[in-house]
Write a protein of this length. Structure first.
Length: 684
């Protein structure tokens, strides 16, 4: 590279040199770079992030783009030739990335950018790496100092009021006392979660530190928080003894600590006081409604509360055995206090999880009855609202679940459970890519340190899926690689990565090979099987598509499965192409029935494909025109709609290109607006 190293460290210069040696190899990625530098993949990711604040994929792309700019200025090669020589297999993707990086297309650079504009581009590049260039070129010192000043005010705010409540220690020799100490920790966590001005790490993320030897700075770094709460306590007869301290992790120093000795009857006042003093020490804003929520007493009956605390430990296991042990304890709590809203809510939630994986639901009415009781006695409880939402999810009335979950989030803005449920609903049941990504990002902020590598892998899988659905290709690739780093055996991540790579490169043949290779690892995977068939369909290789669709159809029928009904139209076309018109008609009729039932935002797009199959092109165009008014559709629409062989006849209609351009423009405009919103909320 003729320009000075863009980042200036020996490690980065070496990494750049290795990438440049392999610059034309589009398959040269993070794994290949790690091997060439004799490093583990995780070490490479960590070092690049430390030096550049970029992911490894973003760094490799940056080196490729910098070389591309150099070649544009110094050679007469075409943009397509340069794209190929710097390792972009797809020219349009090279142009998109180039524009994102420099603010100009390669063609505009070739035409000649005015000197002052070129300088602005260079400053923008340097600005992107300002932390490593503070002592660099004198000409940009003023620009950097302004940006750095703004950075000091905004970036730390990401963790300025972030906190994790570590598991409290049981100081009693009686192990049975543990549930009461856990209850003190639980109440401290729950009260702090009700404060919107705080970011409070989830219970599942902190549980892994119950018996840890890690120090405060290390734990805080892993959880990405500024403050940690440590506590220890015991119950001795009618006395509650509690030692608690709030620690500023950056200096590993307590900024507030207290020793309490209270009667059990004062336990709720104690819990409220602890939450208030922690909030005051952090200078967190507590609204009047939040104060009311924190000061709410769950029950006046201490025996009922004791049963409730005993139930929480098995409840949080989420195992069938644990839930079946928790339910009778919650019921005993209700026997002592028939108006104990939290106990009713937890029973409803327990029954939902007992039924969750069952094809035949057994507890639907019980879930509804207990949720209604919970709401009757406390309609402003996040747990009561969540319980009712789970009932609606059980009955597949997803639109009715939404307002309950959104209201629950008002009462507990740090509830990772509610956020995960909202992300799940917006991912599939009620498709909304904006909301899906927003809640997936919120979820990873609160569940930043899952208890094991498998859980972490699925958290990153969810985030990657949300990112790619919104067109954030490189970011999605970063997180799917993280998912696989944590668990290479993750069931879904390899498949999603194949699609993300297709989104990046646009290579149908390469994707076909990757899908076949993945399917051959487990030929019982019908999800991958139909994806293999689909890509041969998109490539109009109907013989191969038929080979795989035939296997899929047989397996689906043999097992009595009603899956992927939206794919029946493709199967119909493939069977039609193979001369199997009677069977093709059967699949078409099934698809037509699916279209009639479809209530999603994709209905008009599905209808357009149906009409195109029937040769009713004007009606198909009209349905596409309707779809072009929709919002929050997935990025896959842009990638695959124009490639669908069924829609090819529509391309002769002058309206088709206009409609497709409207669909694309609407998507990218929405994506840009979403990025700004997420940045303002501190989520990206």
């Amino acid at each position: 590279m003729s320009e000075v190293s863009i980042l200036g460290s020996d490690f980065i210069q070496k990494a750049e040199a290795v990438i440049l040696e392999n610059i034309s190899n589009e398959q040269f990625g993070v794994s290949e770079l790690a091997e060439a530098m004799n490093m583990s993949r995780s070490s490479l990711l960590r070092k690049i992030k430390t030096h550049t604040k970029l992911s490894a994929n973003q760094f490799i792309r940056q080196v490729r783009l910098t070389k591309g700019m150099e070649m544009l200025r110094q050679t007469t090669l075409t943009v397509a030739e340069i794209s190929d020589q710097v390792g972009f297999g797809n020219t349009s993707y090279f142009i998109k990335c180039f524009r994102d990086q420099y603010g100009y297309s390669p063609g505009e650079v070739r035409k000649g950018i005015p000197a002052d504009e070129a300088t602005d581009i260079r400053v923008n590049i340097l600005n992107k790496y300002r932390w490593h260039l503070v002592t660099a070129v004198t000409l940009i010192t003023i620009v950097l100092s302004v940006v750095l000043t703004r950075r000091k005010r905004t970036v730390p705010a990401d963790i300025e009021k972030s906190i994790a409540v570590l598991p409290f220690k049981n100081e009693s020799s009686d192990s049975l006392n543990l549930y009461f100490v856990n209850g003190l920790m639980e109440s401290t966590l729950n009260n702090l979660q009700k404060i919107a001005d705080l970011r409070v790490i989830s219970r599942t993320s902190v549980e892994q530190y119950r018996n840890t030897n890690k120090g405060i700075p290390e734990i805080a770094d892993e959880l990405n928080v500024k403050y940690l709460v440590e506590g220890s306590g015991q119950r001795v007869g009618n006395q509650v003894l509690l030692n608690i301290q709030l620690i500023d992790a950056s200096g590993d120093r307590p900024i507030w600590s207290e020793q309490y000795s209270r009667e059990v009857g004062d336990v709720f006042a104690l819990q409220n006081e602890v939450a208030r003093k922690i909030a005051d020490a952090i200078k967190a804003k507590v609204t009047p409604s939040e104060k009311e929520q924190i000061e709410k007493i769950p029950t006046e009956n201490l025996v009922a509360y004791d049963y409730y605390l005993q139930a929480l430990t098995p409840f949080y296991t989420r195992t069938r055995e644990g839930l079946e042990k928790a339910i009778p304890l919650f019921e005993k709590a209700i026997e002592e206090d028939p108006q104990f809203s939290l106990a009713y809510a937890h029973i409803a939630i327990s029954y939902y999880f007992l039924d969750e994986d069952q094809k035949q639901k057994h507890y639907t009415e019980l879930i509804n009855n207990f949720a209604d009781k919970a709401l009757l006695y406390d309609p402003k409880s996040a747990e009561s609202l969540m319980a009712k939402a789970l009932y609606y999810m059980q009955t597949e009335e997803y639109q009715l679940a939404l307002p309950h979950l959104e209201k629950a989030l008002e009462y507990n803005p740090n509830s990772s459970s509610v956020i995960q449920m909202l992300a799940g609903l917006y991912a599939s049941a009620i498709p909304n890519t904006d909301k899906y990504l927003e809640y997936a990002l919120k979820g990873i902020q609160l569940n930043i340190a899952a208890k094991d590598s498998v859980s972490k892998s699925y958290i990153y899988l969810t985030l990657s899926n949300a990112l790619i659905q919104n067109g954030f290709v490189e970011e999605a690739l970063t997180y799917i690689n993280k998912s696989l780093d944590y668990d290479a055996e993750n069931y879904y991540s390899p498949l999603l990565k194949i699609y993300i790579l297709y989104a990046r490169d646009g290579n149908i043949q390469q994707t076909q090979k990757r899908l076949v290779k993945e399917w051959n690892k487990d030929t019982t995977r019908l999800d991958i099987l139909q994806e293999v068939a689909k890509f041969y369909y998109y490539g109009e290789e109907y013989d191969s598509a038929f080979y795989y669709y035939k296997k899929f159809v047989k397996a689906r029928e043999r097992n009595g499965l009603d899956i992927y009904p939206q794919e029946d139209i493709k199967i119909a076309r493939v069977y039609q192409k193979m001369g199997l018109n009677k069977q093709a008609a059967k699949f078409f009729n099934a698809y037509a029935e699916y279209c009639e039932k479809d209530q999603s935002i994709y209905k008009s797009a599905s209808m357009a494909v149906k009409y195109a199959y029937e040769g009713k092109n004007d009606k198909a165009i009209e349905q596409l025109r309707v779809f072009a008014t929709q919002d929050n559709y997935q990025y896959w629409i842009l990638l695959f709609m124009e490639k669908d062989p069924l829609l090819k006849p529509l391309k002769s209609n002058p309206e088709f290109d206009k409609i497709m351009q409207k669909i694309k423009s609407r998507f990218w405009k929405k994506r840009d607006n979403l990025k700004k919103i997420l940045e303002n909320k501190g989520l990206v």
